[in-house]
Design a protein around this ligand. Structure first.
Ligand code: GLY
Length: 371
């Protein structure tokens, strides 16, 4: 295949792999550069596909982009199941619950915002919530039911994408990138991988690899726990349950095999990936208020990952220079936005127009202004 159809994707997380798979299937020759493909921030994600419960007034573009990607998820999941493996899409929906009057107020603001956009969020009393999820604790006062906010098994997803990429002919260069240039990636050992187009999808590390991204992408640490239901303990919930406890967000995302993901802190502490004892204590204490039965579960993993934050919580998807595309800054929404990002990169390579929701994520929106 000619050099003009050679693409190098820097980053083998959910965005890099989704892009690589789509670009390879569109007829390009694709290499992915990553020292440990699949093992970045997305390996540690909760797995929520939740544009509605992640939304907030002022972030309408984020909701619009997330909703368009969520609409693409069922087809993405079934194509992936055929091509690489089942990513464990769960359709049970999400409950956002309130523990005190401040939380009730926060959910009221969210519900009002959603109604203003013509989207329904169904109010539920405490009794109704407990009828849906019997493990919900007595401190929960009310909540919103958002049936359309889904979840996926992040590790099954990454494994399936890795397999699908290899089956579609994607090659993996298991090395760290040191510098990115249009049409070339310099590796840590000073060798260079050349191509027609580089796609920078290195998450929180993107800002270290190209000066244009340096002021735009920052690491946002998230500590996350994995628990497993045990015989004799209350069963793991069937839906994702989210709450704020003393302003700290907490979420509980069930997996099919009795696992429960409990996340997550949100800290601006640079490239620190340590798990602190205080974070584990806070997450467990906060989650116990929502779902007291978790005290009986097995704690199987504690970990920290780095989200790629952007100045306005929209990702950066577009051309930075001829021969250099970026697909990064997905912050809390990398798994959700994988299908729309992959399609956008294929469209950019082909010179096609992007949908409005994706055009809003063009990094050019920051050109010429202070971030
Ligand atoms: N998507 C949830 C988180 O980033 O913690």
């Amino acid at each position: 295949m000619g050099h003009e159809r050679a693409v190098v994707v820097v980053g083998g997380g959910v965005i890099g792999l989704s892009v690589a798979w789509a670009v390879a299937d569109a007829g390009y020759s694709v290499r992915v550069v990553d020292p440990t493909p699949t093992r970045g921030a997305s390996w540690l994600a909760g797995g929520m596909l939740a544009p509605v419960t992640e939304s907030w007034p002022g972030e309408e573009h984020v909701l619009e982009l997330g909703s368009s990607s969520l609409a693409a998820w069922p087809d993405f999941a079934s194509r992936l199941t055929a091509a690489g493996g089942d990513p464990g899409l769960r359709l049970e929906g999400t409950l956002a619950v309130a523990l005190d009057s401040a939380d009730v107020g926060t959910l009221d603001v969210l519900a009002e915002f959603l109604r203003g956009l013509g989207r329904e969020a169904q109010h539920r009393t405490a009794r109704e919530l407990r009828a849906m999820e019997p493990g919900i604790g007595p401190g929960v006062r009310s909540g919103l039911h958002v049936p359309g906010d889904l979840a996926v098994d992040n590790r099954a997803l990454l494994t399936a994408l890795h397999t699908a990429c290899r089956r579609s002919g994607v090659e993996f260069v298991t090395a760290s990138a040191r510098e990115i240039h249009p049409g070339a990636v310099v590796l840590a050992d000073e060798s260079t991988v050349e191509c027609a187009v580089v796609v920078l999808a290195a998450g929180a590390w993107s800002g270290r690899l190209h000066p244009a991204l340096e002021p735009l992408v920052r690491p946002v640490k998230g500590e996350i726990l994995r628990l497993h239901g045990r015989r004799g303990a209350l069963p793991v919930p069937t839906r994702t349950i989210r709450a704020h406890v003393e302003s700290r967000p907490v979420y509980l995302v069930p997996r099919a095999d009795g696992e429960l993901i409990l996340g997550a802190t949100q800290l601006e502490v640079g490239f620190d990936e340590s798990v602190t004892a205080g974070a584990v204590r806070d997450l467990l204490r906060d989650a116990e208020q929502v779902l007291p039965g978790i005290a009986e579960y097995a704690l199987t993993e504690t970990a920290a990952g780095l989200r790629s934050g952007s100045p306005d919580n929209l990702p950066l998807i577009g051309e930075v220079a001829p021969g250099l595309l970026v697909a990064t800054g997905h912050h809390r929404n990398g798994l959700l936005l994988a299908p729309v990002t992959a399609d956008a990169v294929v469209a950019l390579l082909r010179g096609e127009d992007l949908p409005d929701a994706v055009r809003a994520a063009d990094p050019a929106r920051f050109s010429g202004r202070d971030t």
